[in-house]
Design a protein around this ligand. Structure first.
Ligand SMILES: NC(=O)c1ccc[n+]([C@@H]2O[C@H](COP(=O)([O-])OP(=O)(O)OC[C@H]3O[C@@H](n4cnc5c(N)ncnc54)[C@H](OP(=O)(O)O)[C@@H]3O)[C@@H](O)[C@H]2O)c1
Length: 372
């Protein structure tokens, strides 16, 4: 087998942690000798064995003189598990092929040096495919802000709810199941207060394989209208609920929510309502690396207006709700098509009768549409 084939397999193994590894990155490992795979591993969950250790401990692998193919640079520090660089050196592995350097400031090539200094041959591919696999982790490590992924379920005419606010359900079961998986992958979900008032959502990740850790639920609620009897407040003990409200709304009403375990955060104003950069910085400072912004249209519009969107997935259902339905994107204040944010489509997938279309902001439009 060639290097590419081992690396493809390692990337495939890394995917097994897609819904459970956060806040850690996805990592997959193949160990091979004489062109044959002798062991495999992946990182399943924060606090559990790293992929390198998992592959080396599998069935008492004798890795002396073998090659290790790993998607991301191994770690070199003590966390909840020992440094992978030590484990690799002790194992007698003679050659390590690294898909991409780790953007964590503690790594960034340092582990490669440690391995080389210990006599291990290291090849670094720096292949963007491995960065894309961990786009959320790379974005967070490079900016300190969560990776913002917009997700909406829309009709063919771009509506996300009927005129009275009913949105259950626009898409079918397969698309809704995927949406829950996207929540788990991000680790945090955000909606506007219009959605909590209309839907009383619980915003949990349900029916996702491998029991992912609970997601953080976040509401942008300037006037602090969140119902203490609603699902989010009542279940705040089960998974974190953060509510960003205008300072002036914190007139004592927050106490009832706080008693239920909701954290209410006094938030300054920007040009476009609550300061979304402040919100992202606050969320990032809590170690939240991914954020699924689920709407509604008004909230999505604000994120787009501020150039804070890193990825967008729209689930299109083969139906229409007409001009009196709720629009999928709120006002953007654009007077010319030239100023419209542009996206590149990266994938289209049919899920039952629905289409999931994924987009990334186009680089060349970054003067209008910043990278966040
Ligand atoms: N199909 C889907 O994918 C989907 C997803 C979500 C929601 N929905 C539907 O969409 C509808 C709600 O959408 P919507 O557009 O009306 O409302 P929304 O986006 O859920 O909420 C808008 C409200 O959130 C608050 N808000 C959000 N960002 C803010 C900021 N930066 N600064 C200040 N306030 C901010 C404001 O609250 P105040 O009003 O208190 O000022 C604003 O009016 C519901 O019917 C829901 O069922 C559909």
């Amino acid at each position: 087998m060639a290097v590419e084939a081992f690396m493809d397999r390692a990337r495939e193994l890394a995917e097994r942690g897609r819904y459970t590894a956060a806040p850690n990155p996805l990592v997959g490992v193949v160990i091979a000798r004489d062109g044959k795979v002798i062991s495999e591993g992946w990182h399943a969950r924060a606090g559990q064995e790293h992929a390198e250790a998992a592959a080396l401990s599998s069935n008492g692998t004798d890795a002396r003189g073998a090659s290790m193919y790993v998607t991301l640079e191994p770690c070199n520090h003590h966390g909840r598990t020992p440094p992978c660089t030590d484990t690799i050196v002790r194992s007698g592995i003679s050659h390590v092929v690294v898909g991409h350097l780790d953007p964590d400031p503690r790594m960034r090539g340092r582990s490669v040096k440690i391995l080389r200094d210990a006599g291990v041959e290291v090849t670094v591919l720096d292949d963007p495919a491995f960065e894309r696999q961990n786009e959320q982790f790379f974005h967070y490590m490079n900016t300190g802000l969560p990776f913002v992924h917009l997700k909406l379920a829309a009709t063919l005419d771009g509506r996300i709810a009927a005129s009275g606010g009913d949105s259950k359900w626009i898409t079918g079961e397969a698309a809704r199941r995927r949406a829950h998986a996207l929540r788990a992958e991000a680790g945090a979900v955000l909606v506007g207060a219009g959605t909590t008032r209309a839907d009383d959502p619980s915003l949990t990740a349900r029916d996702v394989p491998d029991q992912p850790p609970p997601v953080t639920r976040i509401v942008l609620d300037p006037s602090l209208t969140l119902d203490p009897e609603g699902q989010l407040a009542r279940n705040a003990g089960e998974a974190q609920v953060l509510v960003f409200a205008d300072k002036t709304a914190l007139d004592g009403r927050q106490k009832r929510l706080e008693a239920l375990g909701v954290e209410v955060i006094a938030t300054p104003h920007g040009a476009n309502g609550l300061d979304l950069r402040y919100v992202l910085k606050d969320i990032g400072s809590r170690g939240v690396r991914g954020l699924l912004v689920e709407g509604g249209g008004d909230t999505v519009g604000r994120f787009l207006r501020d150039g804070l969107v890193d990825k967008m997935t729209i689930f299109y259902a083969p139906t229409v709700l007409g001009a009196d339905g709720v629009p999928m994107i709120g006002a953007l204040g654009l007077s010319s098509v030239q100023d419209a944010p542009r996206f590149s489509m990266s994938g289209v997938e049919q899920l039952g009768d629905d289409l999931a279309v994924t987009f990334y902001p186009r680089e060349e439009a970054s003067d209008v549409y910043g990278s966040g």
